[in-house]
Design a protein around this ligand. Structure first.
Ligand SMILES: Nc1ncnc2c1ncn2[C@@H]1O[C@H](COP(=O)(O)OP(=O)(O)OP(=O)(O)O)[C@@H](O)[C@H]1O
Length: 747
């Protein structure tokens, strides 16, 4: 690659986008030609509409990314805004990500020498980033990129990292949807705070991903993964199939996957381990992997087709499964404030899904899934499998103690809004960055270090003055705005030259954010497919309408971040619970509302006053019924709450009786199986009952809303009619007055 710090233009027409070589949750990556020098590059097109509103963060991180100067970290040559997208120009990594490679040719993972080489390079990247006070936060095989010479670089740093956990979490309360496979327990735990050691955990998980071809727990639904990460013993290389791996590799993994973050080694320390000391240079080991493979874009296309085929084959869920999934989803929305105790209690309500989770983990996982970890926090006992593919976490107070502490002076209300100017980078800071790196030891990562501390005064943000889609060059970076039509022209031109129209259509379809959800795919090798966000097996996301999609302000790798305003419960009720007319709704009948609802047909505009009076009578009759409906709904809510409480208590008792408390020895588990099965069956029935009640409640709420609307319409019409009546009376009086006046005149 070696383009050094040569400036690249910020003019999109200088770039010709070629094939699509990757896509993530928020971005599509293209191979591209930089026309002025005919150089091959990668252009990552980040959809700003799907990012959170804080453009400052994106820009600052894009700048940081441009300052990166390490052979194992992808740096941005420049970035600029093209209509609704941020284009990030980077070196092209011709072999794509390790995940690509695994999926296309090594479904069971790589050989140990290859793993050692890849991990060593990744570790060097982490050492560099941590030294400069950055947490990558998304270390995984999908973000380890390879070029045809075997060079390994850690990608997806910066622009994407900033979208997660920046700013004031309390203020910008977001909802995350995603899979936590790579996430450290402390990241998943409420309020515990995390630092760069979270990357070391993810690094350990990535080691297992490279060794097995998939991350631990990747076949489980995200909610389950979250629980397992928190409750179970950490995964490792402990099974028969792992016999082929050396003791030192196992040791490295075990060192990284320690739940207590303070006991995890730094990247620097890990690099001194014999496993890495003896690792071969990637030019030798990794290069062998790449022989006889088709070009990256053909691989990506093949993977897309495979994903699409698997999606098409995925069986539609039964209505029961769908209801359960919806219930899980709603419960997640309403109650997942990262309250782990609550989480455990809730998870215990959900039955195992044998179809989804075949057997215990030896074949797939590195720890017995139901073995509780001794140092797991909390005392919940549930290891039941949660039958939904989604995880929704209202992450309110997750503190990133290193880089997430900075609160921007001003937050942008919308990416759609104006953009602030950013001053040119302070060259002295850049020098500092470089100097630190050369000195090597000048920076020791500490948990209290913030980005602000590390890179003071990089940029000055002027929020008062704004400029639509336009900002000046940024030192090595340049962020300019261009009409998206230019980008379209460039892309389309190429497409029309090279691709049949059906291809373009396919691309359009695939760009729907939730197209290929890893856990939706039946094939484990497809899990985490191209880092796309998760979709529900219950088709939840499928059924979200355009409005919902518009509400998804950010889908980022493991997370979809939706704005707080999204009323997910409502979305569920509107989109996924089959809507029935108030007349024909069996749910309505069973909800004991009776048949009191009036058949309020819309009234014609010029309704005679008499009919309007009848309608107004109906409206006045409606009020008590509405109150009744309210009452019914709240009663049912109470009922559901008490049922949930009962279940939680029963679960706690069961846990104690069956010895599934976290500190209980692992072998007690088998003895308790029969008892647990009975309890599980009882819970399943109760859960179904709750499900039914919740569905009824949703219907009732819908009906109530509809009735309220009708009531308002009736009142409006009544008012109109009344005012019309008054006008008529006035006219009559005027006529009478005129007549009388005429008579008087005649007299
Ligand atoms: N410089 C590059 N050269 C070649 N391929 C790349 C490059 N950068 C990214 N890719 C490919 O594109 C995919 C998506 O890129 P990236 O991970 O940056 O997007 P994202 O939206 O941030 O994804 P994620 O969902 O993982 O966060 C990568 O997994 C990789 O396969």
């Amino acid at each position: 690659m070696g383009s050094g710090r040569r400036p690249f233009s910020a003019n999109p027409s200088d770039y010709k986008l070629l094939e699509e070589v990757g896509y993530g949750a928020s971005a599509t990556v293209y191979r591209a030609i930089y026309l002025p020098s005919n150089e091959i590059l990668a252009v990552k097109c980040l959809d700003l509409d799907r990012c959170n509103t804080n453009l400052d963060d994106i820009r600052r991180e894009a700048q940081t990314m441009s300052l990166i100067d390490h052979p194992n970290v992808i740096r941005a040559y420049c970035s600029f805004v093209v209509e609704r997208c941020l284009w990030v120009v980077m070196p092209f990594m011709a072999e794509g990500s390790c995940l690509h490679l695994i999926k296309i040719a090594y479904p069971d993972g790589f050989e140990e020498p290859v793993i050692a080489s890849i991990l060593k390079e990744t570790l060097k990247a982490l050492q560099y980033l941590h030294r400069h006070g950055h947490i990558h936060r998304d270390v995984k095989a999908g973000n380890i990129l390879l070029d045809s010479n075997g060079v390994v670089k850690l990608g997806d740093f910066g622009v994407s990292a900033c979208m997660f956990d920046k700013g004031d979490r309390q203020r910008s309360r977001n909802t995350f949807v995603g899979t936590p496979c790579w996430m450290a327990p402390e990241v998943l735990q409420p309020g515990s705070g995390y630092d760069f050691k979270a990357d070391i955990w993810s690094f350990g998980i990535t080691a297992l991903e490279l060794a097995h071809g998939h991350a631990p727990f990747s076949k489980y639904p995200p909610m389950k993964v979250l629980l397992m990460t928190i409750q179970n013993a950490p995964p490792g290389l402990d099974y028969d199939r792992d016999k082929k791996f050396s003791k030192s590799f196992k040791e490295v993994v075990a060192m990284c996957l320690v739940k207590d973050q303070t006991k995890r080694p730094t990247a620097e320390k890990l690099l001194k381990h014999s496993f890495f000391k003896n690792a071969k240079a990637p030019e030798f080991s990794v290069k062998n992997l790449l022989m006889d493979l088709p070009p990256l874009w053909d691989r990506v296309k093949a993977l897309q087709l495979k994903d699409a085929a698997q999606l098409a084959l995925k069986k539609m869920p039964s209505s029961e499964e769908e209801a359960l999934s919806q219930s899980e989803y709603k419960r997640g929305v309403s109650a997942w404030n990262f309250d782990v105790e609550d989480l455990k209690a809730q998870a215990s309500l959900v039955q195992d899904d044998d179809d989804e989770v075949p057997g215990l983990g030896e074949e797939d996982e590195s720890v017995p899934p139901f073995a509780n970890d001794k140092d797991a926090s909390g005392s919940g006992s549930s290891s039941e499998i949660i039958s939904t593919d989604k995880i929704v976490m209202e992450k309110i107070d997750c503190k990133a103690t290193t880089s997430g502490a900075e609160v921007l002076p001003v937050e942008f209300s919308s990416v759609k809004g104006d953009m602030s100017e950013i001053e040119t980078l302070d060259a002295s800071n850049k020098e500092k960055f470089d100097r630190d790196e050369k000195n090597g030891s000048s920076y020791e990562p500490t948990t209290s270090q913030s980005n602000k501390d590390v890179m003071p005064g990089y940029l000055k943000i002027q929020t008062g003055k704004s400029r639509q889609s336009q900002s000046g060059p940024l030192g090595p970076m340049a962020m300019l705005s261009h009409s998206f039509s230019e980008k379209s022209r460039t892309t389309e031109k190429y497409e029309s030259e090279t691709q049949p129209s059906s291809e373009k259509g396919k691309r359009e379809v695939r760009k729907v954010p939730s197209f290929s959800g890893p856990l939706m795919l039946p094939n484990r090798a497809s899990a985490n497919s191209l880092s796309a966000p998760i979709r529900s097996s219950g088709g939840f996301r499928d059924s979200l309408d355009e409005k919902t999609k518009a509400n998804v302000v950010q889908i980022k790798g493991r997370f979809s971040v939706t704005s707080e305003k999204v009323d997910l419960v409502k979305e569920v009720s509107l989109c996924t619970v089959p809507r029935r007319s108030s007349q024909g709704s069996p749910l309505r009948k069973s909800a004991s509302v009776g048949d009191w609802l009036l058949d309020c047909k819309p009234l014609p505009i010029n309704q005679p006053a008499k009919e309007v009076t009848n309608a107004s009578l109906s409206a006045s009759l409606l009020m008590p019924h509405l109150q009744n409906l309210f009452h019914q709904t709240s009663l049912q809510q109470d009922l559901i709450m008490s049922l949930l409480n009962c279940l939680q208590q029963a679960e706690a008792v069961d846990a104690v009786q069956s010895g599934k408390l976290p500190l209980a020895p692992r072998n007690v588990e088998n003895d308790a199986n029969a008892e647990a099965a009975a309890a599980s069956e009882r819970e399943r029935l109760l859960l179904l009952k709750i499900m039914e009640l919740q569905s009824r409640m949703i219907c009732l709420t819908d009906e109530l809303t509809a009735e309220k609307l009708k009531h308002m319409q009736l009142r409006q019409r009544l008012n109109d009619a009344c005012s019309r009546n008054d006008d008529d009376d006035d006219d009559d009086n005027d006529d009478d007055d005129g007549g009388r006046r005429g008579e008087n005149d005649a007299r």
